[in-house]
Design a protein around this ligand. Structure first.
Ligand code: HEM
Ligand SMILES: [Cu+2]
Length: 649
């Protein structure tokens, strides 16, 4: 008789064993390292950026000449909707998450985020949401109601609508073309919301609890401050849209009547709920870029940031005021003069803290020893372009003027100046700035400058001219127009501009890839920077810091590199002198880091399965719901009972 071996490791399902791989695909799937997760966010975000960019180019090809039939109206609606949704939820939000993940823990001198497995969970759920959203390609059509999807219009108007709801439960396949698209929208964004909410909690706890000793709140870099503010905005804004999406899901799948006026529902309830989330959302998108800009400009001006305290409090003020302006998206909805006036005023107020930030960036540049690296060019470009978008935004807040501008190309011009001009320019600056920290190599500066100037020109040709089209009466979201309105020429030029943007972005991505091997070696602190992430190796070891730094000043690294001379001037500390930075190598095994885990990725797999269940009915629906929830809830349980790090490791 042979004894059963006591070793349980070899008996269980292999996939459920504690993953050990540190290289290869499996190590990425199971990683809990904030840096690897940050890199995966970057790759996924760039993938979606290309997808949404191609969608935009298709739109522009269609609009290049009047009465074009390159895209059918139905396809046009799906493409602009998915362009908007993808850019906002699958590029804008995760682009923030990319930088938060990789940079923020390094900037506060931490070894990882507070909940490393939750962090991995966020990433995989985000991917699941993207796959779910785009599964409409095979299911029968993508969402087509615009990125803000006004119900009840979106739920009642559209192709093949045979009733207000799908009915469902009668045994036949409940997926009808139009309500199916709304299901993709409502469930897809709910899944994405789970991912984002989990990271918001993670970042808040990390920043509040895991700062290096001595890093008080008012010594935190501005980028980390903006991360904190964005995380709070997400924490409070996502539940609002979460409820609205839940209602929408019941509306289209089970025949609820939240938004249907014929059944006592409220036709502008959705608009209010959406924009109560939607306006804070625009700050969620742009504040990370503000943080990035606030790191780049002082470094390349060789000055501390001008008005640090004002900068932080302006960010906080934007975070608060952002909640009081949502109905400026609804001036034309018939709210009445009192509400319109109030929201017009609050909208004008919010320009004040934004202006404070812009003046402080200019104040930082003023009198600085400015180095126009690619990162710096993009940061300055972002400030300039965002300012233009902010100014057209103030014109929207003037109600009578708004009646004229709303739903015209003027609005399309405006929000691309803030989103592309602010968020994308700022983020590209961040890529050039932190690339050497992440990879140990510099990106090609010549290409970087070509990238900047072509993007600046392409961007302004494309979106600058849209202001005129809008003021000349061209509505947004039209799939074609007749010749003779005077819109032909500008539309053609705008399409050329869009292709110049595409070429410039291609150059950026090429630079990212080629510099991985060919880039010049960067060293730990290539920019002569100020903040803590530059005090460790490039790329950082998986434990980030051999020794957690003791923080004694804002701009800690700059203070370590400089001392005050007898005459009161700042002088550089000689290399190797007291105060110089010593990067120490330690044995890996001395530092305890959380182990990889398979459960975060596994728990994400069940969510889209539960979502797809809603497209079926009867027994199939029950089976799919059961399978999906067993996978998700089962993995969450397994995760809860799994130690964060194995014994003796
Ligand atoms: C290659 C660069 C881009 C081009 C050529 C482009 C083009 C367009 C066009 C033509 C529309 C309007 C469609 C219509 O109203 O008929 C549009 C809508 C939109 N774009 Fe872009 N875009 C670009 C980049 C971006 C970026 C970077 C963002 C945000 C991060 C963005 C966010 C949006 C949003 C939210 C909408 C509104 C969709 C809707 O009306 O529901 N776009 N874009
Ligand atoms: Cu708004």
């Amino acid at each position: 008789m042979t004894a059963v071996p006591a070793d349980t490791g070899s008996t269980g399902l292999r996939i459920l064993q504690r993953p050990k791989a540190t290289t290869g695909l499996w190590s990425w799937v199971t990683t809990t390292d904030h840096k690897k997760i940050g890199m995966m966010y970057f790759i996924a975000t760039m993938f979606f950026f290309v997808v949404a960019g191609v969608e935009a180019l298709l739109l522009r090809v269609q609009l290049a000449v009047p009465e074009n039939d390159f895209l059918s109206p139905e396809l046009y609606n799906q493409l602009y909707t998915m362009h908007g949704i993808t850019m906002v939820f699958f590029v804008g939000i995760p682009l923030g998450a990319t930088f938060f993940n990789y940079i923020m823990p390094l900037q506060i001198g931490a070894r990882d985020v507070a909940f490393p497995r939750l962090n991995a969970f966020s990433f995989w759920v985000f991917c699941a949401a993207g796959i779910f959203m785009y599964s409409g390609i095979v299911l029968g059509g993508l969402p087509d109601g615009g990125w803000f999807n006004y119900a009840p219009l979106s739920t009642t108007v559209g192709p093949d609508v045979s009733g207000y709801t799908t009915g469902g439960g009668s045994g036949e396949l409940a997926y009808q073309v139009h309500s199916g698209r709304m299901l993709l929208y409502s469930v897809g964004l709910q899944i994405a919301g789970i991912a984002t909410l989990a990271s918001a909690v993670n970042f808040i706890v990390t920043i509040l609890n895991m700062r290096a000793p001595g890093m008080t709140l008012m010594r935190m870099p501005v980028f980390t401050w903006m991360t904190l503010i964005v995380a709070f905005l997400l924490l409070f804004a996502l539940p609002v849209i979460g409820i609205a999406l839940w209602q929408l899901m019941f509306e289209v799948r089970f025949g609820a009547n939240f938004f249907n006026p014929a059944a006592g529902g409220d036709p502008i309830l959705w608009e209010h709920m959406f924009w109560l989330f939607g306006h804070p959302e625009v700050y969620i998108l742009v504040l990370p870029a503000f943080g990035i800009i606030s790191e780049i400009i002082p470094t390349f001006s060789r000055k501390p940031i001008f008005g640090y305290t004002a900068m932080v409090f302006a960010g906080v003020a934007i975070g608060f005021l952002g909640w009081g302006v949502w109905a400026h998206h609804m001036f034309a909805a018939g709210m009445g003069p009192v509400a319109n006036t109030a929201f017009g005023l609050t909208t004008m107020f919010i320009a004040v803290p934004t202006g404070v930030k812009i003046f402080n960036w200019v104040g930082t540049l003023w009198g600085g020893k400015v180095r126009l690296t690619s990162a710096m060019l993009f940061a300055i470009g972002a400030v300039a372009m965002f300012t233009i978008g902010g100014l057209s935004g103030v014109t929207h807040s003037v109600v009578p003027s708004n009646y004229q501008q709303t739903d015209s190309y003027y609005v399309v011009a405006h929000f691309h100046y803030v989103l592309f001009g602010g968020l994308v320019f700022g983020a590209i600056g961040g890529i050039y700035y932190w690339y050497p920290k992440v990879t140990g190599r510099l990106m090609n500066e010549t290409w970087g400058k070509i990238n900047f100037w072509t993007l600046l020109i392409g961007f302004n040709v494309t979106f600058g001219l849209m202001h005129f089209l809008g003021l000349w009466g061209m509505p947004r979201r039209i799939d074609t127009y007749y010749a003779g309105f005077g819109w032909e020429q500008l539309n053609l030029i705008i399409t050329y501009g869009a292709f110049l943007i595409a070429a410039s972005i291609a150059l950026l991505l090429l630079n990212v890839v080629v510099s991985l091997r060919r880039g010049k070696l960067a060293g730990d602190d290539p920019w002569d920077a100020r903040t803590v992430e530059w005090m460790t190796t490039s790329p950082p070891a998986h434990y980030n810091f051999a020794e957690i730094p003791q923080i004694s000043a804002r701009d800690e690294l700059w203070h370590r590199k400089h001392a005050v001379s007898d005459s009161g001037d700042y002088v550089r500390v000689p290399a190797g002198g007291s105060g110089a930075i010593v990067v120490r190598e330690v044995e890996d095994s001395d530092i305890h880091m959380p182990d990889p885990s398979v459960f975060p990725a596994m728990s994400a797999v069940g969510l889209p399965i539960m979502g797809w269940a809603l497209f079926t009915s009867g027994n199939l629906m029950i089976v799919m719901l059961a399978v999906g929830s067993v996978i998700t809830v089962g993995s969450l349980f397994a995760w809860a009972f799994e130690p964060s790090a194995e014994e003796g490791h």
